[in-house]
Write a new protein. Sequence first.
Length: 229
Amino acid sequence: MKAKTQLIIVAGGLGTRLKHSEPKALVPLVDSPLLIHTLNAFQNLDLTKDAIIVYPGGHESAFAGVLNTDFPDGNLTLVAGGKERYDSVALGLKKLSPDTEIVLIHDAARPFVQEQTVRDVLDAAIQFGAATIAMRCKDTILQANADGFLEDTPDRSRLWACQTPQVFRREIIEKAYASPKPTTITDDATLVRQSGVPVHIVESSHTNLKITTPNDLQYAEFLITKGLV
């Protein structure tokens, strides 16, 4: 990674679906908050020292306390997020360092991304300008009509489940966010593609799960306690 790369962690979600009162990123996962596990995944890549953490508004002191405990020497930037993920990423982009060339955007709810996967998607973004990790779909996907009846069965060999991190040359992601706000897009790779830039796909590991429900949290705890991640 010769290009100056900066990490944006999107941690704006609340813990409602996890049945916790605190923000999702601060929910305990074995011995540390979820956010700390996620940041630790980037430690060996030297991406945590100037990372940008986008948190849910009103929770700055809680996030600052956690980060000061686990990253006392870091120069992390806390940014209050917006109403939707798109708004939160847009606010994070405004805090990039002037010399940043590559932007890596990752969900705080994915603590187990593998170091080699991050290296691969970074290399792809440097080469192609935009890249995302994704998992090949194992199940047959059904497309239904508005009435709930089977309408189409897409070719599974061409279907991927989108994940993060997603990585872009700075000028590409900033240009995509300079366009009018979309109404349905929920990830940055799709936004960039719609701006006219091809996005390269890097295959992800099966352990890169997103923690959304109590069952996800229990499974994540199992993986950690059994030494599987």
